[in-house]
Design a protein around this ligand. Structure first.
Ligand code: HEM
Length: 400
């Protein structure tokens, strides 16, 4: 594995990429949970339309949430993908090559699934035929298949001791990449299953958010909030089962089950479940969704601890990766992250948050106007610095 590392090395200490990978994966999986939960609920509510107007409205709303959520989960999946490829390149590429057809099928099935979801989104109106739901079912199943492919690629990367056997079973090379060689069902079920409680806490936040609008329909918001609480309660408590199954499936020699990480997740799920049993008052607001993101963050750290432990007996340690410090490009990267991500991203988020809470036309207030000017200036500065840096490097290399 060490021989398969990039001989060019990496531009900063490995832990920098490790931390970025964990943080960005937590964001990726948070949107996987939101989108899968919203898609599932949109379908359920679509079939329950006859039970009342609220269900129809919920179905349309959740269809939109899933539509936007999938685009964000894709964008936010790119970041951990890049960071994994920086420090775990031998494992990630080997795993992808061993299941090459699936890695490619991932892209096409995701495209197809998203198209199917759009068809459902366009058709999910009052008096839509029941068969329209088939598009949504098709999309959701394909999304779940994509999650399974991502899981197998991640999991196979942890098992270098079995790679040779997968590559050349009984000594004969099989280069088709036609098989998903290893699936840990408990891990997959737990990670994907968290979508259920997450959509529950999202509904609580959703009801809180729209309760601030003067044209809000109180009856609908109470319905959404109470439904969210019930889903979250059962979702958190039932997630304990696959989480425990995953804990007991960890290899005993790794000593992982003695570490606190997995048990902390079990404890956090139980606490959330008990908390959601209490009647939701207005005060709950956004707290449950923030707490559930903390569980995703804990999961991201725990996955990384598991990876380190699995690879240790094979002598793979990211800290021995060759470092060729490249301070200017790291500086550019972090300035981009804080400047563009923080100020420009912050501007969009604030604008959307405030505009959505206003009934009718929204007129930006002073802080938002300042943020807009700041975002534009930073964007201009960033483009200028990016181009200047590129031109400088090209000129320097041209003269050498
Ligand atoms: C509907 C689409 C998707 C679903 C349901 C999904 C779901 C998942 C799940 C469940 C995992 C965790 C696997 C495990 O640890 O066992 C995962 C990991 C990951 N996903 Fe996604 N994902 C999707 C799309 C994407 C896309 C489009 C990208 C990249 C552009 C991406 C990048 C990643 C990365 C980099 C990892 C971690 C790999 C590692 O740590 O080695 N995912 N995804």
């Amino acid at each position: 594995m060490n021989a398969m590392r990039d001989p060019a090395g990496i531009p900063a200490q490995p832990f920098v990429f490790q931390a970025l990978m964990v943080i960005t994966w937590a964001l990726h999986i948070a949107f996987v949970h939101l989108s899968m939960g919203a898609a599932g609920l949109a379908i359920y509510a679509f079939h329950a339309r006859s039970a009342g107007e609220h269900w129809a409205r919920l179905s349309t709303s959740m269809t939109k949430v899933a539509k936007v959520g999938v685009s964000l989960l894709i964008v936010l999946g790119v970041a951990p993908l890049l960071f994994t490829q920086v420090i775990y390149d031998p494992q990630w590429y080997t795993s992808n090559v061993l299941s090459g057809r699936w890695a490619l099928a991932f892209i096409f099935t995701l495209l197809l699934a998203y198209c199917l979801w759009y068809v459902f989104y366009e058709s999910n109106r009052a008096r839509a035929k029941r068969r329209v739901g088939l598009y949504a079912w098709g999309a959701l199943l394909l999304f779940c298949l994509d999650g399974l492919i991502m899981h197998a690629l991640s999991y196979q990367a942890l098992l270098p001791g079995r790679w040779m056997n997968w590559y050349a079973p009984s000594g004969v090379a099989d280069t088709r990449g036609a098989t998903l060689h290893a699936i840990e069902w408990a891990r997959y079920a737990f990670i994907m299953g968290l979508s259920v409680p997450v959509i529950g806490v999202f509904l609580i936040a959703y009801a809180h958010y729209f309760s601030g609008r003067r044209d809000c329909d109180v009856g609908y918001l109470v319905f959404a909030r109470e439904l969210g609480r019930q889903i979250a309660k059962w979702g958190f408590l039932s997630s304990i089962v696959p989480m425990l199954a995953w804990q007991f499936d960890l290899p005993p020699e790794s000593g992982l089950e003695l570490l606190p990480g997995g048990w902390l997740i079990v404890g956090a799920l139980a606490i959330m479940g008990v908390w959601m049993r209490l009647p939701v008052t207005k005060g709950h607001g956004y707290l449950p969704i923030v707490a559930s993101f903390m569980i995703d963050a804990l999961l991201a750290v725990w996955r990384e601890v598991i990876r380190v432990r699995y690879l240790k007996p094979f002598g793979y340690d990211i800290h021995s990766y060759r470092v060729h410090s490249d301070t200017p490009s790291m500086l550019l990267f972090f300035l981009t992250l804080t400047g563009i991500g923080g100020v420009v991203g912050g501007f969009y988020l604030t604008l959307l948050y405030r505009a959505g809470r206003t009934a009718g036309r929204y007129n930006a207030d002073k802080p938002v106007r300042y943020l807009a000017s700041g975002a534009l200036s930073i964007l201009g500065l960033w483009i200028a610095a990016f181009l200047a840096y590129g031109v400088m490097v090209s000129l320097r290399d041209g003269f050498n």
